[in-house]
Unconditional design. Structure first.
Length: 134
């Protein structure tokens, strides 16, 4: 704290930026040369260098051509989706209102998990392909 710093000098700003002064044109030409192993960057050409690919497009996996119809979601599935979407907001509101954080959050975890598992079962039953009896 006892030391004093020298005053800072501020250089005058210009809109053209810093410039370098060359005494002779040869010095300017020598400064523009690249070192050994350095290449100049060139703008890439935007023309088509390679021929366009044409032909038949094949699917990535074998396609059988059979489409499978899936039944729409049942009323139970729609109700369960609505309840699952409301479990956490209701649990958080009740936790704030009553102050019983732990019980309500654990209950929301359990109820949400059970309902999601039932939704997965219903979706599986709806989308599974029926097998013919032999």
């Amino acid at each position: 704290m006892g030391r004093s710093r020298p005053a800072r000098t501020v250089e005058r700003m210009s809109s053209i930026g810093p410039t370098q002064q060359y005494e002779t044109p040869q010095q300017y030409d020598a400064s523009q040369q690249y070192g050994v192993g350095e290449n100049r960057w060139e703008q890439p050409r935007f023309g088509t260098a390679e021929p366009t690919v044409s032909g038949t497009v094949l699917p990535a996996a074998p396609w059988t051509g059979h489409s499978r119809t899936v039944a729409p979601p049942s009323a139970e599935e729609s109700r369960l989706r609505t309840i699952v979407a409301l479990v956490w907001p209701i649990a958080l509101v009740l936790a704030i209102a009553t102050g019983h954080w732990v019980a309500l959050l654990v209950g929301a975890l359990i109820v949400g998990g059970v309902l999601r598992r039932r939704l997965l079962q219903l979706r599986y039953q709806r989308t599974v392909a029926p097998r013919p009896l032999r």
